[in-house]
Write a protein that binds this ligand. Structure first.
Ligand code: 5GP
Length: 226
């Protein structure tokens, strides 16, 4: 059975609204590739595109990877309450545009925010039902190797990002799940199961539970009236 078939068969009964899923992890944990795989393999996810004041890396496309904006534009969005959350990360601002997230969740899509820890905590505070997943490579050696192999960062930035990782490691307990990304296929499957299982939590199925209750009440009332 393919992944999608498995999940369809195990799909919950009522899906009114999608879920908010926050993915964080050390810079270099392989989140970008993982997200790409998730989007390719399953059609019920939407990936939020953030606004950032960081300059594009070679190959990055405006509107696809990020909305690349100036500081002035970023603060204008903030002032107009267009961002669901935002953070300052290694000298740049990053924020999640609100309208896309709300629109996709209303369609029933599970919306993925690939954001750092300060933003993740803000999302959990605002949306307690959201699921927070932390992605990490198997070791520190692997982490620094991956950052260097990416070849897009200066040595100074790599060191700053490693320092940031040390700081972020202190906050991992705030997350609901941790996934060790040692194999792309396996991690993508785990991530998908983990997210879809959330729909089967009783709190996500309140509409279904209410319907069962009402139907049972009606059944009982009908019996009594015979
Ligand atoms: P990068 O510069 O490597 O693309 O991203 C740096 C960090 O910013 C990553 O940890 C990434 O997850 C995070 N990030 C990207 N977009 C957002 C956002 O909209 N909000 C927050 N809080 N963090 C973000």
């Amino acid at each position: 059975m393919s992944n999608t078939e498995y999940i369809r068969e195990h799909r919950p009964f009522i899906r009114n609204r999608g879920m908010l899923v926050v993915i964080s992890g050390f810079s270099g944990a392989g989140k970008g590739t993982l997200m790409k795989r998730l989007m390719e393999d399953y059609d019920y996810y939407s990936l939020s595109v953030s606004a950032t004041t960081r300059k594009p890396r070679p190959g990055e496309v405006d509107g696809r990877d990020y909305f690349f904006v100036t500081k002035e534009q970023f603060f204008e969005m903030l002032k107009n309450d267009e961002l669901l959350e935002y953070a300052n990360y290694v000298d740049n601002f990053y924020g999640t545009p609100r309208s896309y997230v709300e629109q996709e969740m209303a369609k029933g899509k599970d919306v993925i925010l690939e954001i750092e820890m300060q933003g993740a905590l803000k999302i959990k505070a605002k949306f307690p039902e959201s699921v927070l997943v932390f992605i990490t490579p198997p070791s520190v050696e692997e982490l620094s190797d991956r950052l260097r192999k990416r070849g897009t960062e200066t040595e100074e930035t790599i060191l700053k990002r490693m320092a940031k990782a040390a700081q972020e490691a202190e906050g991992i307990e705030a997350y609901d799940y941790i996934l060790i990304n040692d194999n792309l296929d396996k991690t993508a499957k785990h991530l998908n199961y983990l997210i879809q299982d959330q729909h089967m939590r009783v709190r996500s199925q309140i509409a279904f539970v209410e319907k069962m209750r009402n139907d049972l009440r009606a059944y009982y009332t009908n019996l009594n009236s015979i």
